[in-house]
Design a protein around this ligand. Structure first.
Ligand code: ADP
Ligand code: ADP
Ligand code: ZN
Ligand code: ZN
Length: 823
């Protein structure tokens, strides 16, 4: 047992996790400590990989000694000694894809309380038994709607997708959803045989024929008479069976084992609100129970602001009765008062954090990372812990400066109640407010991993090698505004969606525009949904995902769309959902590497083609882990944890494949290289060199080629997408849409990124960003500020113009901050 020192510091000795260079550092407790440094310098390796990982390991050892063996497999952090470390709670930004079933209510655990309220204190129809709390959850067998299994949506075919071109005749293939080849011909013959005209344009067929062809469940079996068929008069007669388009698609979705067939079939379906439960995912009986006149589904749809007002009269009841299990209503009982008061109190924190516009039922997949993290912070805050370290990942990410203030107040409150805060942070305004800063660097990856400074913020001013110090104390170059003039306009009139209600907005062409505003003001709705969708439709491109295809956009008029010949969305969604994709596969650079290995003399002699060098193909990959490089370890408390594959030790390939080397390295060694290292190693391979160069240009030189997609942060995923775009960028008339591209980036990395974005504009393209970062906004040619508030309080253009013009107005939340920045 180590003796715990009694000073108020956490002592770290010999930390060597990832790129950390045997770091010694002392961190004050009961303080806010900011970890700074460029991306890849090692901030997370110290804060999460060492401090949090060790705290968590000790915790599990203390509660479950038998977990020790398993934890050893997962590995303890590389650190020689760590003393004075309190228990830790980590609030990490989400990485990878959240479950589509989780909602704001499940994330904050408020749904549990609300269900309890409906179960114990709701108003029940006469004679109905009280339901258990689970019956109010779409995620339990007791509560889920039997039609949609709690998902709230059903899939159905849609005519406009089944028949994309109604000017075609059935013979010409109007019904795109029908299969091809012989079966397709057969269906056309059956159609003709049952007496429907196959030679008039689809749109001229009677509605009853169209409906029958698309939707009927009937499957007539008819004798096909082949005589007189112009195309194939030699064929023999046979009995043919009919399948309507819907029946065919349903059959395919239910039966096919081929992913390709499935994907094809999915192109013709649209998810619609489940008709049985109205999209709530709940059983009918649960929906008959009300509280103050609302069903639980209706309560889930209220904004927090409204829900709090709705519950307050009960929360404030002073004379409550005792609850009985037989009463039709428990609305005025002690249980009702206690649960309502608890809900109101916990919602108050969310209102303080500026999240009053969200509702419990909102799917967590639709939240921005900043919203999700604030929800988690609010949930923690309530837990009343003290004496713990909260390790936070960029709490300011995605926050307008006006939203960051209340968050800082909450963090202050956590600190005052006796906790320590270790915060990985890029926002210099937040770093300035920290009690202590640990600056890691000087560069990324191998060039980083040292503590350049640890102490009160002022002291960083004199650390010359610190990029953070340079930006914090005004020594770094500031991006000069370009002051470009628009070469035309995109005019949108009467846009309605979410909180946009008849909005009119003008977007300038061939310049860089920043769309700003507090959280919930409507920026993403306008830019990544409405604008993207309008341009996409204008270009006739297919929707990127199901959610989008569902989108009804309501716009009175849109002019100027014809100025674009391409739409590029560069968002923070993961580049892949499995560890099988990584930056090398995503950018296409791995294809070049595989060809390179297949072309070596040894590979040619053995007959290994490029496929042999893919860890997704049986031939060349490790059999034990199927090319994943690791196997999953079942731990009782931890969600799915992985340990390296015992056969290939993470190499992913079988021994024979690894025998092939190029310039002394196996294909697995190449996946272990950073982008910077690979740029040297593959300098002569033109197809790879171009990708690697663009990756370095957006500041990703520190990433390893084989780093699984699931381990990349949203910001990294976004920059990989941008680099992939840049490597094929040409002069043109593309519209680039980016959602908070600077989130998660150090000031130095922001400068790199901005240079790339401005270069795109210089090449004739239009760039529109959703942004909070003031330096980035200040460098834009044009600013559109939405607001003034979030939700119903937002959705309007409060100011638009050059950054200077917007700063000069006294309207909106952005102007004062921008004015300070430009001063
Ligand atoms: P920061 O938080 O400053 O952006 P990180 O601590 O995430 O930096 O990364 C520091 C270095 O460690 C980088 O070179 C990164 O590629 C590497 N690294 C991060 N995670 C892993 C991992 N799971 N395995 C191997 N290397 C990693
Ligand atoms: P911003 O990007 O400025 O933070 P959003 O465009 O995300 O704002 O949100 C604007 C408003 O629309 C908010 O009131 C938000 O709750 C609502 N909203 C956004 N996405 C959805 C969605 N998928 N379903 C329902 N409401 C949404
Ligand atoms: Zn349903
Ligand atoms: Zn293996």
């Amino acid at each position: 047992m180590q003796s715990e020192p009694t000073d108020h510091f956490v002592h770290v000795r010999g930390a060597a996790e990832h790129n950390l260079k045997t770091v010694d550092v002392d961190l004050p407790r009961d303080a806010m400590v900011a970890f700074t440094g460029v991306s890849g310098s090692g901030k997370s390796s110290l804060a999460f990989g060492t401090l949090y990982a060790e705290a968590q390991r000790r915790y599990f050892e203390s509660v479950a000694p038998y977990a020790r063996r398993l934890l050893q497999q997962v590995g303890a952090p590389h650190v020689q000694e760590l003393t004075g470390l309190p228990p830790a709670v980590a609030l990490q930004q989400r990485r990878g894809a959240p479950s589509s079933r989780s909602t704001v209510g499940t994330l904050t655990t408020l749904s549990n309380l609300l269900r309890m309220l409906y179960s114990r204190a709701g108003r029940y129809p006469d004679g109905m038994q009280r339901l258990e709390a689970e019956a109010f959850s779409p995620n339990t067998a007791a509560g889920a709607c039997p039609e949609c299994h709690g998902l709230g949506e059903a899939h159905d075919v849609a005519e406009d997708l089944l028949v994309p071109d109604p000017s075609l005749t059935v013979r010409e293939g109007a019904i795109a959803a029908w299969p091809g080849a012989w079966q397709g011909k057969n269906l056309v013959r059956v159609t003709r045989t049952v007496g429907i005209d196959i030679d008039v344009p689809w749109r001229d067929l009677p509605k009853k024929d169209r409906d029958w062809l698309l939707y009927t469940d009937e499957q007539p079996r008819v004798l096909i008479d082949r005589k007189g068929e112009p195309d194939d008069s030699t064929g023999r007669d046979y009995f043919g069976t009919f399948w309507s388009a819907r029946k065919h698609i349903r059959h395919t979705l239910a039966d096919t084992k081929s992913q390709m067939m499935r994907d094809k079939a999915l192109r013709f379906v649209r998810s619609v609100r489940c008709p049985a439960c109205g999209g709530t995912g709940l059983r009918a009986d649960a929906l008959t129970v009300t509280f103050r006149g609302l069903s639980i589904a209706e309560a889930n749809a209220l904004s927090f602001t409204d829900l709090s007002a709705h519950l307050r009269p009960v929360a404030e009841l002073t004379e409550a009765g005792a609850a009985t299990s037989s009463a039709t209503s428990g609305e005025a009982t002690e249980v009702a008062v206690r649960l309502s008061a608890d809900l109101v109190e916990r919602i108050a924190v969310l209102l303080d954090l500026g999240l009053g516009y969200l509702s419990l039922g909102r799917r967590s997949t639709t939240l921005s990372p900043g919203e999700a993290q604030r929800l988690r912070i609010a949930t923690q805050l309530r837990s009343g812990l003290f004496g713990v370290v909260y390790v936070l990942d960029e709490p300011s990410a995605g926050l307008h400066p006006a939203d960051a203030e209340p968050l800082l107040d909450v963090l202050d409150a956590l600190k005052r109640s006796g906790n320590s805060l270790f915060v990985v942070e890029h926002d210099l305004d937040i770093v300035r407010r920290a009690d202590w800063v640990v600056d890691i660097g000087p560069g990324a990856g191998e060039q980083g991993g040292q503590v350049l400074y640890s102490g009160p913020v002022e002291g960083l001013e004199h650390v010359t090698e610190s990029v953070t110090g340079a930006h914090l104390f005004g020594r770094a170059d500031v991006m000069q505004p370009h002051g470009r003039s628009p070469q035309g306009w995109l005019h949108l009139r009467g846009v309605s969606r979410h909180n946009l209600d008849g909005l009119s907005v003008d977007v300038p062409l061939c310049v860089l525009t920043a769309v700003t505003g507090v959280s919930g003001s409507g920026k993403s709705t306008l830019v990544t949904q409405v604008l993207a969708e309008l341009v996409r439709r204008h270009l006739g491109q297919a929707p990127e995902d199901a959610e989008e295809s569902e989108l009804e956009i309501d716009v009175d008029d849109a002019t100027g769309l014809e100025s674009f010949d391409r739409l590029v969305r560069v968002d923070q969604r993961p580049i892949g959902r499995t560890p099988r994709s990584n930056l090398a596969t995503y950018t296409g650079l791995f294809d070049a590497v595989r060809r390179l290995y297949a072309a070596t003399p040894e590979a040619r002699e053995r007959g290994y083609g490029p496929g042999r060098f893919s860890f997704n193909v049986a031939e060349g990959r490790c059999e034990t882990c199927q090319g994943e490089g690791f196997v999953s370890v079942e731990l009782l408390f931890l969600p799915g944890t992985y340990s390296p594959c015992p056969t290939c030790h993470g190499a992913r390939y079988n021994a024979e494949t690894l025998e092939i080397t190029y310039d002394g390295k196996s294909i697995a060694d190449v996946l272990g290289l950073t982008v910077d290292e690979a740029a040297d190693f593959l300098a002569d391979v033109a197809a790879a060199a171009r990708s690697l160069l663009t990756l370095r240009e957006v500041g990703l030189g520190y990433l390893r080629l084989g780093q699984p997609a699931t381990e990349l942060s949203g910001g990294e995923a976004q920059r990989i997408k941008l680099a992939t775009e840049l490597q094929r960028a040409r002069r043109g008339h593309a519209l680039y849409l980016l959602d908070e591209p600077t989130s998660g980036l150090h000031a130095a990395d922001v400068a790199l990124l901005l240079r790339q974005l401005h270069a795109l504009v210089d090449a004739g393209n239009t760039v529109v960003l959703v942004e909070h970062h003031l330096d980035t906004i200040a460098s834009a040619d044009w600013v559109i500020d939405l607001g003034p508030g979030g939700g119903d309080e937002g959705g309007r253009v409060v100011a638009a113009g050059t950054p200077e013009q917007v700063a000069e107005t006294d309207r909106g939340a952005t102007a004062p901050h921008l004015a300070k920045r430009l001063a």
